[in-house]
Design a protein around this ligand. Structure first.
Ligand code: GLA
Length: 735
C-alpha cells in the first residue's frame, strides 16, 4: 500500500462514494452517499469549502467538523468514537494524524487507512475504510496502547469503540429490527428526533431481537424508492447500533450513524503494546430504497471467496419429524422417503448424544449415546449416503447441561460468577470456551465425529443468552473473548475439513450476522416454519442475506410453532425462496402430498440457479394503514441479465380492498419484452374472487407474451387470494 499525500481521498464504487479530507489534526468526512463523480481539484476545493460549518450561538468558537474519529477533544458532544481511562484518570484521547495510506482497487472502490497517534491517553488508532466493488463500505479500527514510558504503567481500560459516519438531515426515518422466538427480524420504524437512538445487545449473540441492520432514510423510504443509509455490525456477540442527531448537527451533516461491539466493563484492558481490534461495521447507501441496499449486500456476500459455489443441497432436517425419538428404523424410513422425494442432504438434529433424551440433559457430552445408537451413527449415516444424500449432524458446542458428564467432571469450565450462577435457560449454562482445555475438548469431539461419520454439514446451535459471562475467582468478563474463541473453533474445523458446511442457528435466527457468516455457510432464519410468519421473516432476513444463505423449510400443518393450518402449496411456495429444505415427518404424508413435494424439489433444482444467483426484489404495496402492509406481498428474484424471473404473490391475511388493481412487477425492464406463466406444480391458490383476471387465465394455460411497459410500468392486475395462499409467476425474456 502506497503512502498517499493526497489532501482529499475519494473512494468510489458502484455509484456510491466516501470522501475524506486530511484535515489537521484529524481527517474529516466530507461526504458519504451518492457518487459525486471524478472531481477536479477545483471541485474538491468546493466540497472542502462547503464542508466548513457556521459558528453557532453558545457553541465552540469555530465551525464544527465531523471527523473520522469524533471525540470531545474537537468539541464533539455526541457519542465519542471511543472512551476509556487509565486507572481512573487521564483517559481522554487527543488524536493527530500520523500516517495515511490509500490504495485504489482496480475492480472499484479501495482502501484508506488512517493512523491517529494519541498524545492524551497513549492509545493510537488505526482506522480502515474499505469500499468494496459492491459499494458496501467496511469500517474497522485497531486501538493500540503505546509502549510503556514508565515502569509500572496502568492498563488502559477501554469503555467503548464505535465507528461513526455522517448522514444528512433528509435521512429522518429510522428502520431497524426486533423479534422473539419464532418471529425474528420484525421491522420497526420511527421518526428520527434529537437525541440518541441506541440498540444495545447484551445477549452474547445478536439475539432473536437483533437490530440486524439500522437504516435511516428519506421519509417513507420503501423497497423500491427512497435514499437510505444503513449499518450492520459483523459481530456475533454484544453489539451497539446507534443513530444520533444533536441540535448542532454533525459538522455540516445532520446525524451520525454508527455501530460496534458493546464492551463489558473491564474486559478490554490494554497493557502497553496490546491492541483491541473492532469487528467490521458494514455501511451502505442506496438511492433505490431497501432493494438497492439489499442488492449491495447480496453482491458483497456473493463476491466472497468462501461463498457457497456449488448448488445448495435440498435438506431434510429431522427435528420436527421425530424430535428426540431417535429410533433407527423410524429414521431409516424417513431417509428412504427423503431420497424418494429428492432430498440431497439429511440432517440428524438434537437427541443423538449421551443422555440426551429431552432438552434437560446431555449438552456437553458429544459422544454418540450407545443406549440409543448401539452401533453408533454408521447405520444411519451409511444409509443416508447409500441413498445419494449427504449426512449432517446437530451440535450445540458452547452449551452445557448441569446434568451432563462434562459438567460433573469440569464444573470449572462452566461460565458464571464465583458467587453462584443465575437461572438456567432451557436447562443449560454456557461453557467457557476461552478456557483452552474446554476449547480443545470441543474441537477434538467434533473433529472426531466429522471424521468418523464423514459429516458434510453441522447445524451449530446456541440456545441461551450469555448472562454474567464472567469467569474465574476474579470474575473476569469474557463476553468478547468467547466470540473470538468461537471464531477460532469454527475456523479450525473448516481448515481441517475443507468442504464442511456449517449452519448458524440460535433457537432459530438468534445468531445471524456477517461475523459468523464469514465462517459458516447459512443461517437458520427461524424455528417457525409457518409460511404466514415465514413470508415476513424471510423477506426481512433478505434485507442483508441473499436467499442461498437463508434456510427455509417446508413444515407440517398445523405448524408446530403457531398451530396455524396452511395449505401444502403455500408452505412449498414459501420455502422455495431460500436454501430450501423439509422439516416434517414424510412417512406420515399422503401420496398426494409426497407427489407435490417431489414436484417442488424438482422445481427447486430447476430454478436454483435463478433463485440463488439473481437479484431479490420486493414490491411496495400500500394499504389503508400499516396493519395491512404485509397482508399481501409481492416478491421475487430477477436474473441479473434480465432473462428470467420468479415472483411470489402471497397473501397472509385479509385486507379491506376487494382487488388490489394493477401491480408493477419489480426489477423488469420497461423496454423489454417478456413471457409470463403461472407455475402450477405446487397446486393453485384458492381465490377470494370468482375468476380471472383474463390475462392470468391465459397464463395458467401457458406462456403469455407481455411487454415490459405493461409488466414493469402500467402493472398487471393480480387475483385476490384467500389468506394463506400464494401464486408463483414465472417470467422469461421473449425471443
Ligand atoms: C433449537 C433449534 C431447533 C432445534 C432445537 C433442538 O431450538 O433452533 O431448530 O435444533 O434447538 O433442540
Amino acid at each position: 500500500m502506497a503512502d498517499s499525500s493526497a489532501r482529499v481521498v475519494a473512494l468510489r464504487a458502484a455509484g456510491t462514494s466516501l470522501v475524506v479530507e486530511m484535515t489537521e489534526p484529524v481527517p474529516r468526512v466530507l461526504h458519504w452517499g451518492a457518487d459525486l463523480g471524478e472531481l477536479s481539484d477545483a471541485e474538491l476545493g468546493a466540497l472542502s469549502l462547503t464542508g466548513e460549518a457556521a459558528v453557532l450561538n453558545s457553541s465552540i468558537d469555530c465551525g464544527r467538523r465531523f471527523t473520522v474519529w469524533p471525540t470531545e477533544a474537537e468539541g464533539w458532544s455526541g457519542t465519542p468514537a471511543h472512551f476509556g481511562h487509565l486507572d481512573g484518570g487521564a483517559g481522554a484521547p487527543r488524536l493527530a494524524t500520523s500516517r495515511v495510506e490509500h490504495r485504489a482497487d482496480p475492480r472499484g472502490g479501495g482502501e484508506v487507512r488512517i493512523e491517529l497517534a494519541d498524545t492524551g491517553a497513549g492509545v493510537d488508532v488505526a482506522l480502515t475504510y474499505r469500499l468494496e466493488p459492491s459499494g458496501v463500505l467496511g469500517v474497522s479500527a485497531e486501538l493500540t496502547r503505546r509502549a510503556a514510558v514508565d515502569a509500572d504503567p496502568a492498563p488502559y481500560d477501554l469503555g467503548q469503540v464505535v465507528t461513526l459516519l455522517p448522514v444528512p438531515r433528509r435521512a429522518s426515518e429510522v428502520l431497524d429490527f426486533t423479534g422473539k422466538w419464532s418471529r425474528e427480524r420484525s421491522p420497526q420504524r420511527r421518526e428520527l428526533a434529537h437525541g440518541t437512538y441506541t440498540r444495545e445487545v447484551r445477549r452474547g449473540k445478536p439475539g432473536l431481537d437483533s437490530p440486524y441492520l439500522l437504516a435511516v432514510g428519506t421519509p417513507g423510504f420503501g423497497f423500491r424508492s427512497g435514499e437510505v443509509w444503513a449499518v450492520h455490525v459483523a459481530w456475533s456477540g454484544d453489539q451497539r447500533f446507534l443513530v444520533e442527531q444533536l441540535p448542532e448537527g454533525a459538522g455540516v451533516h445532520a446525524s451520525a450513524l454508527g455501530g460496534g461491539e458493546l464492551l463489558r466493563a473491564g474486559e478490554v484492558r490494554l497493557a502497553p503494546g496490546e491492541s483491541y481490534r473492532t469487528p467490521v461495521s458494514w455501511y451502505a447507501w442506496s438511492a433505490a430504497g431497501l432493494d438497492g441496499l439489499a442488492d449491495r449486500f447480496h453482491t458483497l456476500l456473493r463476491a466472497r471467496p468462501q461463498h457457497p459455489s456449488r448448488p445448495r443441497p435440498l435438506v431434510l432436517n429431522s427435528w420436527e419429524a421425530v424430535y428426540f425419538d431417535h429410533d433407527l428404523d423410524r429414521l431409516l424410513r424417513l431417509v428412504d422417503k427423503a431420497a424418494e422425494v429428492g432430498v440431497e442432504r439429511f440432517v440428524l438434529d438434537d437427541g443423538w448424544f449421551l443422555g440426551r433424551r429431552a432438552d434437560n440433559a446431555g449438552l456437553g457430552d458429544w459422544q454418540v449415546d450407545p443406549a440409543v445408537w448401539p452401533r453408533g451413527l454408521s447405520p444411519l449415516a451409511d444409509h443416508v449416503r447409500a441413498r445419494g444424500m449427504e449426512f449432517g449432524l446437530w451440535f450445540e458446542p458452547e452449551m452445557v447441561n448441569p446434568d451432563s458428564e462434562l459438567a460433573r467432571a469440569h464444573p470449572d469450565w462452566v461460565l458464571g460468577p464465583a458467587a453462584g450462577r443465575g437461572p438456567t435457560s432451557r436447562n443449560q449454562y454456557v461453557l467457557d470456551i476461552t478456557n483452552p482445555d474446554a476449547w480443545a475438548y470441543l474441537l477434538d469431539s467434533i473433529d472426531t465425529l466429522v471424521t468418523a461419520y464423514g459429516i458434510a454439514y453441522l447445524k451449530w446451535d446456541h440456545n441461551r443468552d450469555l448472562h454474567e459471562a464472567v469467569h474465574g475467582p476474579a470474575d473476569r468478563p469474557v463476553a468478547h473473548a468467547q466470540v473470538r474463541a468461537l471464531y477460532r473453533l469454527l475456523d479450525t474445523l473448516k481448515e481441517r475439513h475443507p468442504g464442511l458446511e456449517i449452519e448458524s442457528c440460535a433457537s432459530g435466527g438468534g445468531r445471524v450476522d456477517l461475523g459468523v457468516l464469514a465462517r459458516t455457510d447459512r443461517v437458520w432464519a427461524s424455528d417457525c416454519n409457518d409460511p404466514v410468519e415465514r413470508q415476513s421473516i424471510q423477506r426481512w432476513t433478505g434485507q442483508l442475506l441473499p436467499p442461498e444463505l437463508v434456510g427455509a423449510h417446508f413444515g407440517p400443518s398445523p405448524a408446530h410453532t403457531t398451530h396455524r393450518e396452511t395449505d401444502v402449496s403455500f408452505r412449498l411456495a414459501t420455502a422455495l425462496f431460500g436454501h430450501a429444505g423439509i422439516e416434517q415427518d414424510l412417512t406420515s404424508c399422503t401420496g398426494e402430498e409426497l407427489a407435490r413435494i417431489t414436484a417442488w424439489t424438482a422445481m427447486y433444482r430447476e430454478l436454483r440457479p435463478l433463485l440463488h444467483g439473481g437479484r431479490t426484489v420486493r414490491a411496495d404495496l400500500t394499504g389503508p394503514g400499516d396493519a395491512q402492509r404485509e397482508a399481501r406481498l409481492l416478491h421475487g428474484v430477477v436474473a441479473y441479465d434480465g432473462s428470467a424471473a420468479l415472483y411470489c404473490w402471497a397473501r397472509t391475511a385479509t385486507s379491506t380492498e376487494a382487488q388490489y388493481g394493477r401491480v408493477q412487477l419489480p426489477g423488469l425492464a420497461a423496454d423489454g419484452s417478456y413471457e409470463v406463466r403461472v407455475r402450477t406444480e405446487l397446486g393453485l391458490p384458492s381465490l377470494h374472487q370468482t375468476g380471472g383476471p383474463a390475462w392470468l387465465t391465459e397464463a395458467l394455460a401457458g406462456w403469455v407474451r407481455l411487454p415490459g411497459a405493461v409488466l414493469a410500468e402500467a402493472g398487471v392486475p393480480l387475483p385476490t387470494l384467500n389468506p394463506g395462499q400464494a401464486l408463483l409467476l414465472e417470467v422469461r425474456r421473449a425471443a
